[in-house]
Design a protein around this ligand. Structure first.
Ligand code: ATP
Length: 765
C-alpha cells in the first residue's frame, strides 16, 4: 500500500529554466562535496605519511599508534577513492521536527513535524535539507554535507510516502555522471502544501525516479537500487538483525536487491559484530556473477562472501546437473541415513585386512576377522565422527591383544600390571606391521572417497537397504559414476565432512611471524589489492561459520542443503528471502522442516514484498495464469508499470531452432539490452548452438539457470516441455515467464498444443 502511494506522488510541470536552476543548485552542492572530499583525501594521505615516519621512532607505543593510524587512514582513503564517482544521489527537504535533537550524523532526528510547522493556510517553511549518498561527509564544522544512506537520518528518504509523509515535503533523486549533475527527479510528499525554502517556493521536477530506473535497459550485471528503495523494501533492509528475518515476495519484488542492500546496511550498523563475516548464499554461479558488483557499489565488499550453493565446500565445485529424479534422492533427508551408513561402511572396502598378526613379548598374537568386526562395531557405537574414532579403535585392538596374551593374570600388583601393560602396548605399537594394519583397517576417510565408493551399485545397495528402493539405488549409483560433481553432491560432501570429522592431528605450534605485529598494514593490504571475488574466496576458505547468513532463493534449498548452510550459521543471525511459488524442489514440506531445524528456535520476523518492479503488467498477467495452476489461490505481486506490448506467441515450424533464433533476433532489434532464451534443461547445449553468431546480448539458459536473473526480453521455449521436466515443473515455468523487463515471446512446439493464435494450452484462460 505504501509503495503504491509512492507511485502516485504529485508532479507539477516546470519550465526548463526552473529545471536548469535546480540542477545548478545541486551542482553547487556537489562541487562543495568534492572540495571537501579532496581535503579529506589529502588529510588521509598526510596521516599515512606521518604514520610511516613515526615508524622510525621505534618505541612499542609509537609503533602501535602508527599502526592504528595507518589502518584508519588507509581504510578511509580506500573508501574515498572507491566512492568518488556518482555517490551523491538523493535529497530530502524537511519541515521543522517535533524536537530539536541532533543525531550523531549532525542531522535532526525527529520524524514527525513540530506543531505549527504547517500554518493554518497550508503554507510552511523548509527547516532542513539533507543530501543522501553512498557514504557520509561532514563539512569543516561537522555539519552533514552528505548523509550515509544507511544512517537513521536517511531513513525518511526511503520511508516517506504521501500517505505517511512525516517531515518530508519533497524527495529528490539526483543523477550525476562523474562530477556533473545531469538531472533531478522529484516526488512531492505533501502536495497540499505550499512550502518555501529560503523564501522561494519549492520547485518539483520530473516524473519520479523509480520509473526512470525501471525503464532502463538491462546489462549482464545487476545495479544497486540505493536511489529508489521503496518503503516496504526499506523496512526489510533496516530490520533489526536479531534472530531470523524472513522475507517472502513474488518474482521481481526486489528480494535479491533487498538482500544485498541489507548486507551493506548491517555492516554499517554494527561493523564490529559483522567482522565475523556475512555469507550470501545464491542458487547459481550465474546469479553470483550477476549480483557481484552491487556491494562494491554500496561501498562494501571485504566482509561479505557471495557464494553459489554449489561452491560452499572448498576444493569442490558443482559443474554437472542431476536429473530431477536423482536430485530428489540426493537432496532428501533419506540421504542423511545413507551417508551415515556409507561413512561407516567405507572403512571396510575390498582391501580391508581380515586378520591382525603381531609379536609381543616374543609371542605371536592374532585376531581373526570376526573379532576384528566385533571391535569395529564397538568402536563405531554412537555418533562420533568416524575419523576421530581411530584412537579408540586402536585402544580396543590393544585391549583384545592384551587379553589374548594372557599377560594380565601374571601380576596381582596393580602397579606392576600397569607397567607391564604399558610396555606391551609400546612393543606392539612400535611394530611397523601394526601401524600398517591400522592404516589399512581404519583408513583416514575423505568425503570424496566415500562418495566415490557409493558409485558401486552393490555396495550402495547394502548401505541404502530399507532406505532407498532398488530403482533409486541404481539411479543414484549411475549418477555418481559420472565425472564431475553436481550441486547436490556438494551438500553430500559437506554432510560427509561432518560425519567423518577432521582427522586428529598433533597441534602445530604457531610460529610468530614478525609481520603479524604490523596489524595495521597487514589488514590494509588485502583491502587494496584483492578483487571482490578473491576476497570472497579467501573469506570462505578462512571461515567455517559466519556472523550473518543471507539465503537468496531460499525456496529452492533441499533438506540436505539446509543442513549444509545451517552448519555455516550455527551462531549467526539470518535473513532468508524466497518465494514458495518459484520453488524447483518437489517436496516443500520436507525442506521447510529442514529449514526450521537449521534455524533452531530463534524467533522469526516476517515481511512480505508485494510489488513487482521487473515485469510490466502484460507479462505479469500471463505468468499469473501459470501461478494459478502451480499454486492455486496464491496471489501475484502487483506490477508497477505497463508497456502496452502484449506477450507474443509463435509456433515452431519444421525446426524449433530456426523459429527460436528468428524470434530472438527479432527481440534484439526491439530492445537495447539483453535477451534471454529459456529452454528445458536438456536443451541447453542445443539452444546455445541455435543462437550462434547473434552476439553477446543474447544468452541461452536452461530453466533452472534462469533463477533470479533478468533480461530486457525473453523467449520462453515450449512451456509444456519445461513444465513436464520435473514434479515442480509448473513452478519452474513460472520462473521462466517472469524474467523479462520489457518483452516476452513464447515459442510453442507440437506438445504445447497451441491454439489458432499460437497460445499454448498451459497459458490459455
Ligand atoms: N526500489 C527499486 N528501485 C528500482 N529498481 C528496483 C527496485 N526494487 C527492485 N528493482 C528492480 O527490479 C528487478 C527485480 O529485483 P530482484 O531481482 O531483486 O527481484 P526478486 O524478488 O529477487 O526476483 P525473483 O524472485 O524473480 O528472483 C531488478 O532489476 C531490481 O533492480
Amino acid at each position: 500500500m505504501a509503495a503504491q502511494a509512492q507511485q502516485e506522488t504529485a508532479v507539477v510541470p516546470v519550465h526548463d529554466s526552473v529545471r536548469d536552476r535546480e540542477i545548478r543548485v545541486e551542482q553547487e552542492h556537489l562541487d562543495r562535496v568534492y572540495r571537501r572530499l579532496e581535503e579529506k583525501i589529502s588529510e588521509a594521505e598526510f596521516l599515512m605519511r606521518d604514520a610511516a615516519q613515526r615508524g622510525h621512532v621505534g618505541t612499542p607505543g609509537a609503533l602501535a599508534e602508527r599502526d592504528a593510524q595507518v589502518f584508519r587512514a588507509g581504510v578511509h582513503l580506500n573508501r574515498l577513492h572507491h566512492e568518488y564517482e556518482d555517490f551523491l544521489f538523493g535529497r530530502i527537504d524537511l519541515l521543522l521536527g517535533k524536537d530539536g535533537k541532533k543525531g550523531p550524523d549532525g542531522a535532526y532526528t525527529a520524524v514527525e513535524p513540530a506543531e505549527g510547522a504547517v500554518r493554518p493556510d497550508n503554507t510552511a517553511d523548509i527547516a532542513e535539507t539533507l543530501h543522501i549518498g553512498r557514504i557520509g561527509v561532514l563539512d569543516e564544522d561537522y555539519a552533514p554535507l552528505v548523509i550515509d544512506w544507511r544512517a537513521p537520518a536517511a531513513a525518511p528518504f526511503y520511508r516517506s510516502t504521501p500517505v505517511d509523509p512525516g517531515r518530508v515535503v519533497r524527495r529528490r533523486v539526483i543523477r550525476s555522471k562523474g562530477r556533473r549533475v545531469q538531472s533531478v527527479e522529484d516526488d512531492l510528499m505533501r502536495p497540499e502544501l505550499t512550502a518555501a525554502l529560503d523564501g522561494r517556493e519549492l520547485a518539483v521536477i520530473g516524473d519520479g525516479a523509480l520509473m526512470a530506473a525501471l525503464g532502463q535497459a538491462r546489462t549482464h550485471t545487476m545495479r544497486d537500487i540505493v536511489a529508489s528503495i521503496q518503503a516496504e523494501q526499506d523496512l526489510v533492509i533496516r530490520a533489526p538483525a536479531a534472530s531470523v528475518t524472513y522475507v517472502e515476495g513474488g518474482p521481481g519484488t526486489g528480494k535479491t536487491a533487498v538482500a544485498l542492500h541489507r548486507a551493506a546496511y548491517l555492516l554499517y550498523q554494527d561493523r564490529r559484530r559483522y567482522a565475523g563475516g556475512i555469507l550470501i548464499v545464491s542458487p547459481t554461479p550465474l546469479l553470483v556473477a550477476y549480483t557481484e558488483g552491487v556491494l562494491p557499489s554500496l561501498g562494501e565488499e571485504g566482509q561479505v562472501a557471495i557464494r553459489a550453493i554449489g561452491s560452499l565446500v572448498d576444493g569442490a565445485e558443482a559443474t554437472v546437473y542431476d536429473s530431477p529424479a536423482v536430485a530428489r534422492i540426493k537432496g532428501s533427508y533419506r540421504m542423511l541415513k545413507v551417508l551415515r551408513k556409507a561413512a561407516r561402511g567405507a572403512l571396510e572396502l575390498n582391501d580391508s585386512p581380515r586378520r591382525l598378526r603381531v609379536v609381543a613379548f616374543g609371542r605371536r598374537l592374532e585376531l581373526e576377522a570376526e573379532e576384528l568386526a566385533g571391535i569395529r562395531r564397538t568402536a563405531l557405537g554412537g555418533t562420533a565422527p568416524v575419523n576421530l574414532l581411530r584412537p579408540r579403535a586402536r585402544k580396543l585392538l590393544l585391549d583384545a591383544l592384551w587379553e589374548r596374551s594372557g599377560a594380565g593374570s601374571r601380576h596381582t600388583d596393580p602397579e606392576l600390571a600397569a607397567e607391564l601393560r604399558s610396555s606391551f602396548d609400546e612393543d606392539i605399537t612400535s611394530e611397523d606391521d601394526f601401524t600398517a594394519f591400522l592404516g589399512a583397517w581404519w583408513p583416514e576417510l575423505t568425503p570424496a572417497a566415500v562418495l566415490d565408493a557409493m558409485a558401486d551399485e552393490r555396495r550402495l545397495g547394502r548401505w541404502a537397504r530399507r532406505i532407498l528402493n532398488p530403482g533409486e539405488v541404481r539411479k543414484l549409483a549411475r549418477a555418481l559414476q559420472r565425472d564431475g560433481r553436481s550441486v547436490h553432491d556438494i551438500a553430500m560432501l559437506d554432510e560427509l565432512q561432518a560425519i567423518l570429522g577432521a582427522p586428529a592431528r598433533p597441534r602445530k605450534k604457531r610460529e610468530i611471524d614478525p609481520l603479524d605485529q604490523l596489524t595495521g598494514l597487514e589488514e590494509l593490504m588485502p583491502v587494496r589489492e584483492e578483487t571482490q571475488r578473491e576476497r570472497a574466496e579467501r573469506l570462505a576458505q578462512e571461515r567455517v561459520e559466519y556472523a550473518h547468513v543471507i539465503v537468496d532463493e531460499a525456496q529452492d534449498l533441499t533438506p540436505m542443503q539446509w543442513r549444509m548452510v545451517g552448519r555455516r550459521g550455527r551462531h549467526a543471525t539470518w535473513t532468508i528471502v524466497g518465494d514458495p511459488a518459484q520453488s524447483s524442489w518437489s517436496d516443500p514440506d520436507e525442506a521447510a522442516q529442514a529449514r526450521d531445524e537449521a534455524l533452531g528456535t530463534r524467533p522469526r520476523r516476517r515481511f512480505e514484498l508485494t510489488v513487482n518492479y521487473r515485469n510490466p503488467a502484460e507479462i505479469a498477467g500471463l505468468a499469473a495464469k501459470v501461478l494459478a495452476l502451480a499454486m492455486p489461490g496464491s496471489e501475484s505481486p502487483r506490477a508497477v508499470r505497463s508497456t502496452g506490448v502484449e506477450p507474443r506467441f509463435a509456433v515452431a515450424g519444421e525446426t524449433l531452432g530456426a523459429t527460436v533464433r528468428a524470434e530472438a533476433a527479432r527481440l534484439l532489434e526491439r530492445v537495447d539490452g539483453t535477451v534471454g532464451v529459456v529452454v528445458a534443461m536438456r536443451r541447453r547445449e542445443e539452444a546455445r548452438r541455435w543462437l550462434d553468431g547473434l552476439g553477446d546480448r543474447v544468452v541461452a539458459l536452461g530453466s533452472l539457470e534462469a533463477k533470479g536473473l533478468e533480461y530486457d526480453a525473453t523467449v520462453v521455449v515450449s512451456p509444456a516441455e519445461i513444465a513436464d521436466e520435473s514434479p515442480a515443473g509448473l513452478r519452474v515455468l513460472y520462473v521462466a515467464l517472469t524474467r523479462a523487463t520489457q518483452q516476452l515471446t513464447v515459442v510453442s512446439a507440437e506438445r504445447d498444443e497451441p491454439d489458432a493464435e499460437g497460445v499454448p494450452d498451459l497459458l490459455r484462460d
